[in-house]
Design a protein around this ligand. Structure first.
Ligand SMILES: Cc1cc2nc3c(=O)[nH]c(=O)nc-3n(C[C@H](O)[C@H](O)[C@H](O)COP(=O)(O)OP(=O)(O)OC[C@H]3O[C@@H](n4cnc5c(N)ncnc54)[C@H](O)[C@@H]3O)c2cc1C
Length: 340
């Protein structure tokens, strides 16, 4: 087996979290990874470190410390102003090789996934992608990554024996956010970057950010499946009345009835709403992992044997095309009465 560029005998006793910068702040996924990293570091007495790359980003450090980081390795350089895979791979590789953390965690976001794959090859280490849980084997201080496979039929627990860093990506919404402590301080370690502009082949021409909502933390999610027959207008009306947002299973997304950003599930968003209303959805594992964290699940399906009912708190055997309009009417009436 090919050895990684640094191994267990050279590793620093630390977990490093890649801090993704989004709209001038730290992305929610980075804060979620800090919360999980803090939990593990407290068990081991290890250091929790953040890797912060960007241009004029030092003021973000205090957010990272408030959420639980002990230290931040910061690469502040105009060439890191926007994410380009060449510059970010180079800079991250440089920092990891200087500090050699035992564990390196990234969000399974488009940029995080891109970066993680390249780094794993460059460092000749392994990468556990889209983990559904992380914990530490306290005896041999190995990270245990939980990864599901074969449509949820297999739950694999993966440890890396010798290769370092132990790399993993986790999707937004899998871990909970910790509570910030604004009095918490940490150590900011600026790192001089050896970047040159000719290393970057990607040129940013225009940056446009979608207006889509963050479905990971909406209060009410109204999700539609194939059984809705593309009638997402009806679901949108219901969602609006309940102060929520609409989502979908993969088939309506593939058929173009709703944007891909609203797909819930293993290859979509993991949502943690207070209430998830599942309309015309069978309950395939690939979908269910996206709503498992909902406080209450309500399912509406014509088939009393539909697997979604195994996960639901309230099971309604009905046709969505009859039940949802009736529900909308009842809610609208109630609203009129309370306003009047
Ligand atoms: C690698 C991989 C990744 C995947 N990732 C995802 C993912 O992220 N998210 C995802 O959703 N899927 C994903 N899938 C697909 C997944 O396996 C299922 O095929 C999909 O979730 C099924 O969607 P559905 O429940 O809408 O459709 P179906 O399974 O066809 O179910 C439709 C349901 O609607 C009910 N129904 C029909 N008419 C009505 C009516 N009028 N009123 C009420 N109920 C009605 C039926 O009884 C049925 O239960 C993935 C698959 C693979 C292989």
């Amino acid at each position: 087996m090919v050895s990684s560029l640094y191994g267990i005998d050279q590793e620093g006793k630390s977990i490093c979290v890649f801090l993704e910068v989004e709209a001038g702040g730290l992305a929610g996924i980075s804060l979620e990874l800090i919360a999980k990293g803090r939990e593990i570091c407290d068990q081991l007495g290890w250091q929790l470190v953040g890797l912060l790359l960007g241009n004029k980003v030092s003021e973000l450090a205090e957010i990272g410390f408030a959420y639980g980081l002990d230290e931040i390795w910061m690469g502040d350089d105009p060439l890191l102003d926007h994410f380009t895979i060449e510059a970010y791979t180079f800079a991250t590789f440089q920092v990891l090789m200087e500090h050699k953390p035992s564990v390196f965690l990234l969000g399974a976001t488009p940029n995080g996934r891109d970066l993680a794959g390249r780094l794993a090859v460059r460092l000749r280490t392994g990468l556990n992608a889209d983990c559904t849980d992380l914990r530490m084997n306290l005896q041999d201080e190995r990270l245990v990554c939980e990864v599901s496979g074969f449509g949820g039929g297999v739950l694999a627990l993966i440890e890396m024996a010798e290769h370092r860093p132990q790399m993993a990506t986790v999707r937004p919404g899998v871990f909970s956010l910790g509570e910030p402590d604004l009095n918490r301080n940490g150590r900011l370690v600026p790192i001089e970057m050896n970047l040159q502009s000719d290393m970057i082949q990607t040129h940013l021409i225009e940056r446009s950010v979608g207006k889509d909502v963050d479905l990971t933390s909406v209060p009410v999610l109204v999700a539609g499946g194939r059984g809705v027959d593309g009638d997402f207008k009806m679901l949108e009306e219901l969602a609006q009345l309940l102060g929520g947002e609409i989502g979908a299973t993969r088939p309506p997304v593939d058929e173009g009835h709703i944007q891909r950003e609203r797909q819930i599930g293993q290859t979509g968003v993991v949502s943690s709403p207070e209430i998830a209303i599942c309309c015309g959805i069978s309950g395939a594992f690939h979908f269910v992992v996206g709503i498992e964290k909902a406080d209450i699940v309500i399912a509406i399906n014509t088939d009393p044997e539909a697997p979604i009912f195994d996960y639901a708190d309230y099971c309604i055997v009905a046709d969505v095309h009859q039940f949802v309009p009736a529900l909308i009417e009842a809610l609208s009436l109630e609203r009129e009465v309370s306003i009047g």
